[in-house]
Write a protein that binds this ligand. Structure first.
Ligand code: HEM
Length: 398
């Protein structure tokens, strides 16, 4: 238990640290990786370069600190991050290392303003926050290893098939090298893929949604090729251009809290933009396989036909539902879609099933626009689920 004095000190200094948040965490990462370069096997180097992880970690530590006397308020946020930590192999022994360098960075950036009292209070608070993560992650590690077909850490998968879905998106069918049956997952969940590019010193990790319904003998991911010069594009370019059928990738057990319960009865509207279609198609197909009477509306936005993935698959799958509908929204004019332009309140009023639950996935500006439109037509926030690919960042929903 933290003393009231510690809580007061932490809360009183949150605003100062918030102002310096990005500076502190940038300093933190540079010192951390200098002392512990092996952690570069876990962290996404592209996120470091773009400053995205810096903001994510800073935001979360301060959000946690504000709620330090009632941490249960942030448990859902902790769980979301814990899923990602578990899928990446973050372990209890990593927490003291991160804590040590976070405190060093606070001291470095704040200088004399960081008194011993302040540093001690933050050290204790970090310990409490870290314990919350460690205990939630322990349960997740136990589940991943004990679920039927589960495993610890990473295991080898062979690329059994590579299939082009559009000019930008290619599917990879991944079979476990040991031939074991795979654990079931919830549609919408992702896997962490780990690989090493020849000539690189460190492993690279990326999360990809599972892009079809569960089968015991393979997982499928569908990867958009990002620009090679974009640091985020290194793994996708490597997968697209260098890896072939027969090659190996490492995977950890599926993770994530963005999923739908297949067996619910209430209507569902699945809204995706671009490669955000991957978890949505997994949800659609899982419902068609297991609960085909559930009303499902599938709305997908793509720039044009060339970059649209799973066009025929969506039509065939929707046809298997007794009450299914699908709409395509092309951004470019003059194409044969159901709507032209962007998904807005008008499109949603005409196409979505307004009585049910909503899942939204795509790039940030797309999701912000869709969530704001849903809100504008009166859909309550608790009916809207969304997932952005990449570190959790603040999504503007109003
Ligand atoms: C991701 C917070 C400890 C490694 C994240 C994210 C947040 C976060 C907010 C982004 C989640 C998302 O992408 O959805 C925290 C907090 C910690 C903590 C508050 C301490 C209490 C650690 C530790 C490690 C670690 C000890 C391992 C050494 C990572 C990695 C990612 C991540 C590798 C994925 C993003 C990337 O690679 O840049 N963490 N974290 N974290 N965290 Fe942590």
């Amino acid at each position: 238990m933290l003393s009231q004095q510690t809580i007061d000190t932490v809360k009183a200094t949150v605003p100062v640290l918030e102002v310096k948040g990005t500076e502190i965490t940038t300093r933190f990462y540079s010192m951390l990786f200098e002392a512990h370069p092996e952690l570069l096997n876990i962290f996404n180097h592209a996120n470091q370069k773009q400053g995205r992880q810096q903001t994510a970690l800073a935001n979360t530590v301060y959000a946690a600190a504000v709620h330090i006397d009632q941490l249960e308020a942030i448990i859902p946020a902790v769980k979301k991050i814990a899923h990602k930590h578990r899928s990446l192999g973050v372990l209890p022994e990593h927490y003291p290392i991160v804590g040590e360098y976070l405190l060093k960075a606070i001291k470095d950036v704040l200088g004399d303003a960081a008194t011993d009292d302040i540093l001690t209070a933050w050290g204790e608070a970090y310990g409490v926050i870290a314990d919350a993560f460690i205990s939630i992650e322990k349960d997740m590690y136990d589940d991943a290893a004990s679920v039927e077909g589960g495993w610890e850490g990473f295991k080898n998968f062979t690329i059994a098939k590579k299939e082009e879905e559009s000019s930008l998106i290619t599917s990879f069918y991944l079979k476990p090298a040991d031939g074991e049956k795979l654990p079931e997952f919830m549609p919408g969940q992702y896997v962490t893929v780990r690989t090493k590019i020849p000539g690189d010193e460190y492993m690279l990790n990326r999360q990809y949604s599972l892009s079809t319904s569960y089968t015991p003998d393979y997982y499928r991911i569908s990867v958009k090729k990002e620009a090679e010069q974009d640091p985020n594009g290194r793994v996708s370019t490597f997968l697209h251009d260098e890896l072939n059928e027969g090659d190996t990738l490492e995977l950890s057990v599926p993770a994530g809290d963005f999923f739908c319960n297949i067996h619910d009865e209430h209507p569902l509207t699945l809204i995706s933009g671009g490669v955000g279609i991957t978890p949505m198609y997994s949800m659609l197909k899982s419902i068609a396989d297991k609960n085909p009477d559930r009303p499902v509306t599938f709305i997908h936005a793509a720039r044009n036909q060339d970059v649209r993935a799973f066009g025929n698959d969506v039509q065939e799958t929707v046809a298997r539902l007794s009450n299914g509908k699908s709409y395509i929204v092309y951004e470019q004019e003059g194409l044969d879609g159901d709507f032209t332009g962007f998904i807005n309140a008008d499109v949603l009023k005409q196409a979505a099933n307004l009585d049910g639950e909503f899942f939204v996935c795509g790039p940030v500006p797309f999701m912000e626009a869709v969530i704001q439109s849903l809100t504008a037509i009166g859909i309550p926030a608790e009916k809207i689920n969304f997932e952005f690919f990449g570190p959790a960042i603040a999504i503007k929903t109003e």
